[in-house]
Design a protein around this ligand. Structure first.
Ligand SMILES: [Fe+2]
Length: 290
């Protein structure tokens, strides 16, 4: 049976397998330990079956109801999100390897507070659990009205090509896998803070499989991923496949964070007064600091 509103934590999260409401329990500590091991070793932890099967169906219904709000964009980018050729590097260098990236985002203001999706995002127990896995003191819901809670949509033929993230970590729930393609692949630690790893990156961009891992994520899996040093992609979704839906729970280590105007326009095709006001606030602060 699909849960009905008002939703409670137990409706959404499998608390028997993941007792995130009981952080002193032996089971909680063991799960966090396991996740930390994965995150330390290769920047990835998958909590399989975190969201209950019935609740995943509900999350996917909510995605379908809001699909009309998806903002799609296509860019041709290198792994560092640059879109232009750089004449300082050879043509076959990773910096000059530009690949198409097409996908869509259902923005944060499409979700109402009563939705199961928003409820899952706002559960303090979920944020605390993710913070514990990442070994940071606390996490807060991203305050950005558009980027706070988004669903990434990869329709048939679309892909998220190889890239590094600019944020330290990403928290996602797979809501609907593709039935052809749409696999999450990553090359753990292919670069580090003091080594760009261009040689290995060029191999992977050319189709090499050395060091590349593929995750067979299932609906309801919670993934915590650190994408600064691990190049990753979602492979192209097959032309006759179902779309792939992944909901991104955006948490920040500090409260009250709002995204930049330029980046917001890139991702969502628009900005809200909150973004413009935050930008003005930054200018004012910058003037004071100078
Ligand atoms: Fe990414």
């Amino acid at each position: 049976m699909k849960p009905t509103p008002p939703f409670e934590l137990a409706d959404l999260v499998d608390l028997e397998a993941f007792p995130i409401d009981d952080p002193t329990s032996a089971s909680y500590i063991a799960i966090v330990d396991g996740a930390r091991t994965g995150l330390r070793a290769e920047g990835c932890a998958v909590l399989s079956g975190f969201v209950r099967a019935e609740a995943v169906e509900l999350l996917n219904d909510e995605v379908h109801e809001r699909k009309h709000a998806t903002h799609y964009s296509t860019q041709v980018i290198n792994p560092y999100f640059h879109t232009a050729v750089n004449p300082d590097y050879p043509a076959d260098h990773p910096v000059n390897t530009l690949i198409e990236r097409t996908s869509g985002f259902i923005p944060g203001d499409a979700w109402d507070q009563e939705s199961a999706t928003d409820m899952l995002f706002q559960c303090p127990e979920v944020a605390r659990f993710v913070a514990d896995c990442l070994e940071i003191p606390a996490l807060y819901c991203y305050d950005d009205p558009l980027a706070r809670l988004v669903t990434n949509v990869c329709d048939p033929g679309q892909q998220l090509t190889w890239h590094f993230d600019t944020n330290e970590f990403t928290v996602t729930v797979l809501v609907q896998p593709a039935d052809e393609g749409g696999m999450f692949e990553y090359a753990p630690g292919i670069r580090s803070a003091d080594d760009e790893g261009f040689g290995a990156i060029a191999d992977v961009l050319a189709g090499g499989r050395r060091g590349v891992k593929t995750l067979d994520l299932r609906p309801g899996d919670l993934q915590i991923f650190m994408g600064r040093f691990s190049m990753h992609r979602v492979t192209r979704v097959g032309e006759t496949s179902r779309p792939r839906h992944t909901t991104i729970l955006a948490y920040t280590p500090e409260p009250g964070v709002i995204g930049r105007v330029e980046r917001t326009r890139q991702l969502f095709g628009r900005v809200l007064p909150a973004h413009e006001n935050a930008e003005l606030e930054r200018v004012r602060l910058d003037t004071l600091l100078d």
